[in-house]
Design a protein around this ligand. Structure first.
Ligand code: MN
Length: 530
């Protein structure tokens, strides 16, 4: 999403952020969310050494903060906490982190030796994501001067291993990052995990409004909302479509006209929809839908929603443009009552760095050849304009299903990018995330008669293997397409949520994939905490 929309999203769904200063960069922060940097040691070393530990630990954090992306710093600040030396202090900080609504996760590093029995209770009480940073203050050994004082001060190599044993015993779904603090690789891995903590926080606080139930007879869009709330924290709440109908009726013509002016400024609005055009009233109605939906989202603190073309009540049009505009602002959406894809969309949008694109999507139709096989993805109307760099057109065309007036929609082609499509399915006894690495490409030819926003992509490793694997895993036809959330961030999120994540990429072979599904099914029946 664009930087402006990221800000809008956070203000729409959470209290107005209070700015705090980022000391290392002297730049204004826009978020109060924090990740706590915890350093382990013990009192054995004496005060002088512990002062040095604290100084070096602050220096390590400063190096990491200097390397992580500015887009992440707009969302969360990694803050230093005093060195931990006792079981009591460790337990206290873990309870505080768990209780602090603004704390998204905890990074731990054992600068020296911190006997890990000190950590067991604290780790067991921790309810926030954990990253174990295995690093040390120095990059190279000072071969010529190294003595036992240096050795005793820089012993994370075994201090972290002692600590890691306790983490393994407590069986937290943590991430381990190894390397010198100034390396770009370490920063990138911390960065990915930090985005995942943002997604996990979004998931934990996610409220989703459904206008109508599922499309009749559709299986994959259904699912267990109680299990979803227990596992992901999300609350899925149903509203009769009349709630939306009434909200649309309350929007004034003048407010809708103002929004139509905004459309004309931002997009390429077709002549018939412009002010004075023959079908301008249809655009006014679409604007009223957007204003009404925004009000419902804000009033109810919702960050995702669904619609169902089979259940539109007195709505004159299936909401198209309005849905696209809300997605552009960071809201999750699923068509046909698909609350899981909508929630996943809101989560992945929260994990999307400024400038990136994340959209509701549906595999629609294939190009088997000639050339590399491709998928043409779209939906009836609802594709998010963050996945294009071109200026969307706003047009009106008939919709063959739903029996309503012609709906207004944005039309555009997704910009080529490395990307992935992701889905969340309910397998009955558990949830499963499936993701497929894809390459969004230019359409082979212009699509002058296709009146909806669309994306064309080549899935990895091939369309043949991708589609086999996707369907063997029970993947949905609805997905979230993102060119911004990294595979690593997605993996980190799935681990935090303790949800299965099967990946389809260039390493996928069907034989191994089938085995993975079998073994994973067995694992999920037996495992409780790994
Ligand atoms: Mn659909």
């Amino acid at each position: 999403m664009a930087s402006t929309t990221a800000t809008k999203t956070s203000t729409a769904t959470s209290p107005q952020p209070v700015a705090s200063s980022d000391i290392s960069k002297g730049k204004l922060m826009t978020s109060t969310k924090t990740i706590w940097f915890l350093t382990g040691s013990q009192s054995l070393y004496g005060e002088e050494t512990l002062i040095q530990v604290a100084q070096q630990s602050q220096a390590v954090l400063a190096e990491i903060n200097a390397n992580i992306a500015a887009t992440l710093k707009q969302q969360v600040e990694i803050i230093w906490k005093p060195v931990l030396k006792t079981p009591q202090a460790i337990k206290r900080v873990m309870l505080d982190a768990s209780a602090d609504d603004d704390c998204l996760g905890v990074i731990t590093w054992m600068h020296t030796f911190s006997p890990a029995k000190m950590w067991i209770q604290g780790l067991d009480l921790l309810r926030k994501p954990l990253l174990h940073l295995h690093t040390q203050a120095n990059q190279s050994l000072p071969w010529a001067t190294i003595d036992m004082d240096f050795m005793n001060l820089n012993q994370a190599a075994h201090g972290d291993r002692e600590y890691a044993h306790a983490v393994a015993r407590v069986a937290l779904p943590h991430k381990v990052v190894v390397g010198e603090p100034g390396s770009a690789d370490v920063a990138a891995r911390v960065d990915a995990w930090s985005w995942a903590t943002i997604g996990w926080n979004k998931s934990q606080n996610l409220k989703l409004a459904r206008f109508g139930d599922n499309m009749r007879f559709v299986s994959v869009t259904d699912g267990d909302k109680v299990s979803a709330q227990l596992q992901f924290g999300m609350s899925v709440e149903n509203y009769g479509v009349n709630f939306l109908v009434d909200a649309v009726a309350q929007v004034s013509d003048s407010d809708a006209e103002k929004l139509c002016d905004e459309y004309e400024n931002l997009y390429d609005v077709s002549a018939e929809l412009k002010k004075g055009g023959a079908r301008h009233e249809s655009l006014v109605y679409a604007a009223k839908q957007e204003i009404a939906l925004m009000k419902i989202m804000k009033d109810g603190d919702f960050s995702a929603f669904t619609s169902n073309f089979e259940d539109l009540g007195e709505l004159k049009q299936l909401p198209g443009l309005a849905v696209q505009r809300l997605m552009e602002k960071g809201y999750g959406f699923g068509g046909e009552g698909d609350w899981k894809t909508s929630a996943l969309g809101a989560i992945l949008k929260s994990m999307t760095p400024a400038g990136g694109g994340t959209s509701f999507m549906e595999d629609y139709t294939y190009h088997f050849g000639p050339g590399t096989p491709k998928i043409l993805g779209a939906h009836m109307l609802e594709v998010c304009p963050t996945i294009t760099k071109s200026k969307p057109k706003i047009e009106i065309h008939p919709l063959g299903i739903g029996g309503k007036e012609d709906p207004v929609r944005m039309v555009f082609t997704a910009t080529p990018a490395e990307a992935r499509v992701v889905c969340l399915v309910d397998m009955g006894e558990r949830f499963r995330i499936i993701s497929n690495e894809i390459k969004v490409v230019e359409p082979l030819e212009a699509l002058p008669k296709l009146p909806v926003a669309h994306a064309v992509w080549e899935p990895a490793p091939t369309l043949d293997i991708s589609a086999q694997a996707w369907m063997l895993a029970g993947g949905s036809h609805h997905t979230v397409l993102t060119n911004a959330v990294s595979l690593e961030a997605l993996e980190d999120f799935a681990r935090m949520a303790r949800v299965e994540h099967v990946i389809i990429d260039n390493d996928t072979s069907i034989r191994a994939f089938r085995n993975e599904l079998k073994w994973s099914a067995a694992y999920h029946r037996f495992a409780e905490r790994i």
